[in-house]
Design a protein around this ligand. Structure first.
Ligand code: KG4
Ligand code: ZN
Length: 342
């Protein structure tokens, strides 16, 4: 393949509660990015219900793909590669996307490439930062993952640290539920926190002895729940905005601290964030400030590319394609797929 050849990728993402398809050229130029969110449906149950997610993906997937091709002004014949998330995620949800991608690849004789969901989140940074190239450090914080990653090259990742228990987004979701804000918690806590005092309640910031890059958020979540229960027992008013702001600050402080530690150790002057939590404006501002202080570049995707989408999967599929990754029709969903495995 020549460097100048244009590779058009149709990608599919269905690992959790968004059914998404996108057409992207050479990993960076988005021609379409269609997302059908199931959030409203899952809100009724306070979180994602896997069986319902799978069923909804089946209902929506063909429509979403057709729309992605139409908006891109691109016929299926003009597509070179079908990219699809095959893990990690909910197995039933992943299977819908994988089966669809295999069917299209088989029927239309296209190259098939399975993509790791977190690799997709990281690659979301390439879409709007055309100049960004590895190596860089990246914090991926979503509902299922909190990983600090050294991106050594396209498709070459070293995980420096990860959460030992809850993911950052999961902590946002659980705390939001506890203070009655509903699902998904991240955006609701962020909004509520704007009216609160982040210094009001000193919540704990966990450190893991001997593992400076690992995270733990379950202790913080329990501290918030204990605080709320304590207020109820003492008949004290629960100032939701202060709880939200203080909790959010505790999460952000830990994320920024870990990131600065990695910047100092690895001396890589580029830091990126990714995943649903990366759409948090207060977090972005704190990271921007910390990066400015160190004199390093800070990258983040627009919110639409932070939460689950298929454009990021197409971007990752492109770099896998260039690296020679190809999958056969025996590709299967791998719910606990590790980063760097094929
Ligand atoms: O990346 P994503 O869409 O899905 C996963 O791969 O998990 O991330 C969803 C997570 C949810 O936990 C949601 O509460 C969190 O990202 N999130 C946020 C914000 N927007 C979404 N967390 C904090 N602040 C936000 N603005
Ligand atoms: Zn995700």
């Amino acid at each position: 393949m020549s460097e100048n050849e244009n590779i058009r990728i149709l990608a599919i993402e269905s690992s959790c509660d968004e059914t998404a398809a996108a057409v992207v050229v050479n990993g960076r130029k988005v021609l379409s990015n269609v997302i059908s969110s199931q959030i409203a449906l899952h809100t009724l149950y306070g979180g994602v219900v896997p069986e319902i997610a799978s069923r909804k993906h089946i209902e929506k997937i063909n429509q979403v793909i057709e729309q992605a091709l139409e908006e891109a002004g691109c016929a299926l014949e003009a597509i070179d590669v079908i990219g699809v998330t095959y893990g990690p995620g909910l197995v039933g949800a992943l299977l819908v996307g994988v089966a669809e991608a295999k069917a299209i690849a088989y029927a239309a004789k296209k190259t098939l490439i399975g993509v790791h969901h977190i690799e997709g989140h990281i690659c979301a940074n390439y879409i709007e930062n055309q100049e960004l190239e590895p190596p860089f450090l990246c914090l991926v914080a979503s509902g299922g993952h909190t990983h600090l990653v050294k991106v050594q090259d396209y498709h070459a990742y070293e995980i420096l640290g990860r959460t030992r228990d809850d993911a950052a987004g999961e902590a946002f979701d659980k705390v939001a539920r506890a203070i009655g804000l509903g699902y998904p918690g991240g955006p609701k806590i962020e909004k509520k926190a704007l009216e609160g005092d982040a210094e009001a309640i000193p919540f704990p910031k966990a450190k893991i002895v001997g593992s400076p890059y690992d995270f733990s958020f379950s202790g913080l979540k329990s501290a918030v729940l204990n605080y709320i229960n304590g207020c109820r027992m003492k008949n004290q008013e629960i100032r939701e905005a202060d709880v939200a702001a203080s909790f959010q600050k505790a999460v952000i402080d830990v994320l920024v601290e870990h990131m600065m530690h990695a910047v100092d150790e690895f001396k890589i002057p580029k830091f990126a964030i990714a995943g649903g939590v990366a759409s948090n404006q207060t977090l972005r501002k704190a990271m921007q400030k910390a990066c400015e202080k160190k004199g390093i570049a800070f990258y983040h995707p627009s919110p639409i590319y932070c939460t689950d989408n298929a454009a990021m999967i197409a971007s990752a599929a492109y770099y896998e394609y260039r690296n020679g990754t190809r999958h056969g029709l025996d590709l299967n969903a791998v719910p606990n797929l590790k980063l760097g495995e094929h």
